[in-house]
Ligand binder design. Structure first.
Ligand code: FES
Length: 137
């Protein structure tokens, strides 16, 4: 028996839970559409996965690390914003800055589901929100 594959091409890794166990896609996809589910992603970064209306995952994951001073923050489903509790920065659903002091949009990662596994990989191409090279590359 082969051990489960835990890393793939292009630096992809499996999304993990807080104990370091890979999370089956079915577990996240059982949540209501619009859910932002927190997983451990690249380098263990807490990362939001977004459950879509079509019961798939959005291919864009959002890293839960405020670009001001690095606090983690919750999703406010009423306001449809990420709201940082440390100094009041607000981000839209795609991680664009709505209100500072955050200077930059939230970091993105790629999210892909294959065989009920959730793969997270680095986002290195243009940032679709700014049409610029990502600040984190
Ligand atoms: Fe988020 Fe300062 S760390 S607003």
């Amino acid at each position: 028996i082969l051990p489960p594959v835990e890393s793939g091409e292009d630096g992809a890794i499996l999304a993990k839970d807080i104990l370091g166990n890979p999370i089956p896609a079915s577990q996240i996809l059982a949540e209501a559409p619009g859910t932002r589910a927190l997983v451990a992603g690249l380098a263990g970064d807490p990362t939001y996965l977004i459950v879509e209306e079509n019961s798939g995952l959005n291919p864009m994951g959002i890293v839960n690390n405020c670009t001001h001073l690095g606090c983690t923050f919750p999703w406010n489903s009423v306001d449809q914003q990420f709201q940082c509790p440390c100094h009041g920065s607000r981000y839209s659903a795609d991680g664009s800055v709505l209100r500072g002091p955050a200077p930059l949009p939230l970091k993105l990662v790629h999210v892909a589901v294959k065989n009920n596994q959730i793969w997270i990989s680095p986002w290195t191409e243009l940032d679709p929100r700014t049409q610029a090279k990502p600040w984190w590359v």
